[in-house]
Design a protein around this ligand. Sequence first.
Ligand code: SF4
Length: 424
Amino acid sequence: MINKDKKPELLIPAGGLDTLKVAIDYGADAVYMGGQRFGLRAKADNFTIEEMREACRYVHSTGKKIYLTVNIFAHNDDIDGIKEYFRELHKAGLDRGDTKIDALLISDSGIFMLAKEMLPDIDIHISTQANNTNYLIYKFWYEHGATRVVAARELSLNEIKTIRDHIPEDMEIEAFMHGAMCISYSGRCLLSSYFTGRDANKGACTHPCRWKYSVVEEKRPGEYLPVEEDERGTYIFNSKDLCMIEYIPDMIAAGIDSFKVEGRMKTALYVAAVTRTYRKAIDDYYISEELYRSNMSYYKDEISACTYRQFTTGFYFHKPDEDTQIYDSNTYVNNYIYIGCVENVVEHDGKKLIVIHQKNKFVVGDRLSIMDFDRDNIDVVVEDIFDEKMTPMESAPHPKQLLYISLDHAEGIKQGMIIRAKRP
Ligand code: SF4
């Protein structure tokens, strides 16, 4: 029996202001962002203090929530900087009013203590990096004032259910629903530090788990002997991505309050596709299980249309086995090209023109697909392309160029919609 009063939160990553707006427009209940310091994912755009203020205002104006990651494991040398950072957040009003961050996402108990002292009005969620594997950990954090704990990725749904049964009702459980997996135990990976000096636990992972490895015999430099577990190949560390679109009822039954999507470095196209699909699937399930099951092929097609590796259910039903890794390639499957986001729709010479900053090349005559916020796609053909001086162009080869596009029809196209093109 599902609790119709308590729909789980759909929590989407925001690598920058653009993707944050896309996530909200396509149906996220909450977003999480990183500041320019002390949040994992150093390679994401991340938010300046002023951008955080803008992000909070925007998210709150839609009635949604916004969280900030401060989830590094700090060394002694980091402490003064973290204090200064928390002072900056307070000074910028990020702990009050319409610019208040709804929660900080923290791994380190020392940073937790500092946040409690310096930003007492902001809720604290305990990051998955803190390895939250049993109900005593949840109780510990509850008693210390955390309102939510993110489940360790290594937990099964049965274990999460047991945690739910042992913790207070108002303590929230957040768990990953979709996104990349590490082959290491969460937050305990030294591959990137070892190979490149860039620390995964400080947000700078260079993903050596996806590299191609060979064996070299000392006296035969340059002769690469393949590392093969079997005939499938050599990418022995390369995990499939988590995807739980088929198991929303199981996630709800386990007592999970917030469904989290991984990936603060993903494109707006990925964010739009994943958010819209999970939004639709959750809402359908809350209308009826029959509706949810009947739309499964739509969800799977849409999820597969965005950038992904191959899918796994991670640890949720059993421990990962040899089928959880990808052996023959380290590349993504990628069915669509990101063309841009509708920034405006303007009238010119009696025609509606779509304004975008181009992300990938397209030409006059191309078929494009515009992602409606709800579910459908608006299929269009490019009739004309103009540059910012309204000079006609046959193609749009320059990334980030401001363009005006005339389409064969423009009904229903709104600001914020993502434009994509099917790969040939
Ligand atoms: S190298 Fe791979 S397994 Fe290690 S932290 Fe980075 S993504 Fe995770």
